[in-house]
Design a protein around this ligand. Structure first.
Ligand code: NDP
Length: 234
């Protein structure tokens, strides 16, 4: 069944791959951006997930354009890496505000329509480091681990209304985000990946597609790693 989908941060990287994948399968897909405009063929709404008013305005636009959001993919995220000793409180809270509180803001706003429809799919894009930990990423890993508790609590609150909340935990995927890492760090990570390669944005999109589908109706509160085995044992 064709659904109304919103992908936060769907203007580039993994979010764009998710948005394109779902649009190609006939869903009505909107993406948020922060000024870059909408990618060709997708409906774009301007929103920074750290601002509840912008989030609300974006949802209103999406609702008018394609109906209430039935599938929310909370993908927007940032890093600001440094060791704990050097990490300022501002660096910590800024990352948590975008990655975790941002997910709370969009999930809360989307839940209204899903409750009314008695159907919904939340998919939160976490990271392998949420459970594995990562030196230099105390802020980021904390925010990504937080998404698991958020999703599982949502699953408990809303599960009886045909609403599921699941997490996808990607490993290393080549995007602007990982481009920022040094070559040595990239090699170090690659050496730890059983599959022996980086992931493709499209491979994250396939997992999201499944969790967003009607067929995944009994998958709830799950954390689905898509990491080439990097986090095995989670
Ligand atoms: P990119 O840096 O390529 O893209 C990040 C996206 O998030 C952009 O669309 C960006 O919008 C958006 N964004 C960031 N902050 C905000 C904000 N405050 N409000 C709205 N949108 C925002 O990253 P990736 O595509 O690599 O990552 C996507 C998600 O996947 C992130 O949550 C990331 O943590 C997660 N992930 C990525 C991995 C990887 O290896 N790449 C591994 C594990 C998880 P804008 O264009 O306006 O900046």
């Amino acid at each position: 069944m064709a659904r109304s989908v919103l992908v936060t941060g769907g203007n580039r990287g993994i979010g764009l791959a998710i948005a394109r994948d779902l649009a190609e399968r006939g869903h009505r897909v909107a993406v948020t951006h922060r000024g870059s405009g909408a990618p060709e063929g997708l409906f774009g709404v301007r929103a920074d997930v750290t601002d509840a008013e912008q989030v609300d305005a974006a949802f209103k636009q999406v609702e008018e354009h394609q109906g209430p959001v039935e599938v929310l993919v909370s993908n927007a995220g940032i890093t600001d890496d440094t060791l704990l000793m050097r990490m300022s409180e501002e660096q910590f809270t800024r990352v948590v505000d975008a990655n975790l509180t941002g997910a709370y803001r969009v999930a809360k706003r989307a839940s209204r329509g899903m409750l009314r429809a008695k159907w919904g799919r939340f998919v939160f894009i976490s990271s392998v480091v949420g459970l594995l930990g990562s030196a230099g990423q105390v802020n980021y890993a904390a925010s990504k681990a937080g998404l698991v508790g958020l999703a599982r609590s949502l699953a408990r609150e809303l599960g009886s209304r045909n609403i599921t909340a699941n997490v996808v935990a990607p490993g290393f995927v080549a995007t602007d985000m990982t481009d920022a890492l040094g070559e040595d760090r990239k090699k170090e990570i690659l050496a730890q990946v059983p599959s022996g390669r980086y992931g493709e944005p499209a491979e994250i999109a396939s997992a999201v597609r499944f969790l967003a589908s009607d067929e995944a109706g009994y998958v709830n509160g799950a954390v689905l790693p898509v990491d080439g085995g990097l986090g095995m044992g989670h």
